[in-house]
Each structure stands twice: as C-alpha cells, then as structure tokens.
Design a protein around this ligand. Sequence first.
Ligand SMILES: [Zn+2]
Length: 380
Amino acid sequence: MSSIPIFFMSAFKMPFWVIKEIDKLRRNFLWGRSTGSTTGIPLLAWDRVCLPKHLGGMGVLNLKILNTSLLLKWLWRLFVLPNSQWSTLTRSMFASRVLTSPLSWTARGSFFWKDLLTLRNIFSILTRFDLGSGRETLFWFSNWGNGFLNFFDCKPLPSKPHLTVQKVCQSLSSSLQAPWNRDVHSAILHLSSFTPSDTRDTCSWKCNSSGNFTVKSAYSTLVSAGKIEFQATLIWSTKLPPSIRLFIFLLFQDRILTQEALVKRNIEVQPGCSLCDSTSLETATHIFCLCPYTQELWNRMSSLFPSFVFLGHTDLRQLILDAVGSVPINGVNHKAIVSLTVLWAIWLERNNRIFRGAARSTEALLHWITSQQSLFLKHC
Ligand SMILES: [Zn+2]
C-alpha cells in the first residue's frame, strides 16, 4: 500500500491531508480495523510503527519523510549535475542567480519549484561544501568548513544573505575588524588560512560514506534523527513466523492486551488469571513469568532443554533479551526459537481459555509446543 503514492511523491510535495488519509488506511489494515468498526485496538502509536526496526518501530514507511527524501533528489541534481539539460532548464526558469546555493533562488515559480525551496534548510544541513574558489558557497548558510554558521532560523536574516565565501576572503582584513560574535569571528579566522583555487566548490552528501546522494540514506538519516537505538532488534531476525515475531516485539514493548493494558485504556474487566486461580488483575509479568501454570511449563521445558536456563526470570524484557541474544549454533538460535515459541504458546493458551473455553494441561501444551518448534527448526 505504501508503494502506490511513491511515483507522485517523487515529483510533488504530498498535501498533509492526503498523507493523513493514506496513513488511516494503512493503520486500519495493520490493526485489522474496518471502516466504522471499533475492534482492532492500535497497539503501538503510528509514529512508532513508522520507525525502522532498529529504533523500536515496525519498519513501515513514514510517507512524509519519504516524500522529503525523494524531493531532495532534485536539489541534489541541481548541485552535482549543474550542466545537465534538466538543471540548466530549471535554473533558467526559476533560479534568479548563478550561485549554487538554493538559498539564493527566488521563491516564485511553479508548485514543484516552491516545494523544492521549502527543503532548503534540510538540504543545507545534510550537505557539506568543500571550498575551491569559494564562489559557489554562501558564507552564512552553506555548510562549509566545520559547519561554523547556520543562519537559516535566524530572524532577521543577515543583511547580505548572498555573501559568498570568496567575497569574504577578498575583504578579509576589514572583515576581521568588524565586531562579530564569537562564531562569526571564528569562521572568518578560519578563512585566513584558506587559499582560494580556480576550481569549483564541491557539494558532498553527509549521510553516507560515498558522499553521493541516495534516497535511502536521506530517508534513514531523517527518520532516525534524535531517536534511540532499540535494544531487541534481534527479535526480527529470529527464524520464527512473522506473526510470532510481531507478537514478541509487542510483548517486549508491553503492548499486548492484558487486563492491565485494557484497564489503562479505560476498558472494564473482571480481574483474574485464566491460567491459574488468581483473582488479581492480570499483568504480562504474571502471565509469562510468575503464574504457577507458566512456572510449571517453564519447569518442564528446563527438563527437556537442560542447557537452557528458563526459570528465575521475573523481568519479561530481560527474558526476551537473553533469548534473542544467545549465541546461535550453525546460524540458528535454538534458545530464542524455543523460548519465544513458549511465550507465544502461553498467550494462545490464555486466549483459548478466555475466548473458546478450551483449556490444556501444561503437559498437553508442552507436547504442542515441541511439535511447533520442530516444525520451525526444520525450516531454518
Ligand atoms: Zn496465573
């Protein structure tokens, strides 16, 4: 569903309301909601769903960021292929000056051109100018040297926004006398050791090692900005069916609908654990670690797999981290497959008891788990 608007987004800035509508369709599809239905409670905030897996998301494309990344490609072409037919035509139509930086270009023109200009700030942050003659680099706005200056958000703008590095170099001694603030003074001082050459200034892309723009690197940089690495990325590489991996991912983030989670969503519940006789409010830690039924199951698993330590965990997240982080043998992480299948089976058993009234003993469940595990291992 995400791929449908990509062609459009490669050339235009998609209106906010269109992105919102597409996201609504994708969200309903993901959580099994049909139009007008109240079933299918979203288990994770949409912003979170759209983060990459290594940042704790589900890797669903963030359309706004994808749109920006696709459009940045055009700005990049204007810089690195200034003599291509498209660049020449675009410049002659819209760019009022010869300068390389899009900051100096007029905001008048087609919708396409205006959309590109809204990305100037982002483009400047993600690129770096290496000085040749200094003629194409704007002193105040281009990201040159060690990124001394960035006056994009400064209001009012400097009185000479189109001042180039070359111009500053030409009047270096008088510039140094001016009462600048410390950052500006450092930038000018830096130029005193710079010798302009006859070559063009070059623009390089900061988001990958090659220095060349790619939509993928733009997307990855923009979507990751300010986010924290997710601890349990290995969940996604475990050789288990996608539905189990998704369940474990949600379980790790405490996003499954236990009684405790339902109460937090203001849904009334009758407290009690369906696996044991407890009448306390059901929590994930109880179901998967502390419940006597579960402990008996883990106990039986320990007899079957003596080399794996299952018992003693009261921290569910740590249990999952230990499982996915254990050392694979011949590329297969047996402990993860075994442990995560048990967690999944406990949840199925809990749901079967609540919704179908069907209960199995720990022995019967263990038998079923081992048959599933051998099935999964066979496909590794
Ligand atoms: Zn219980």
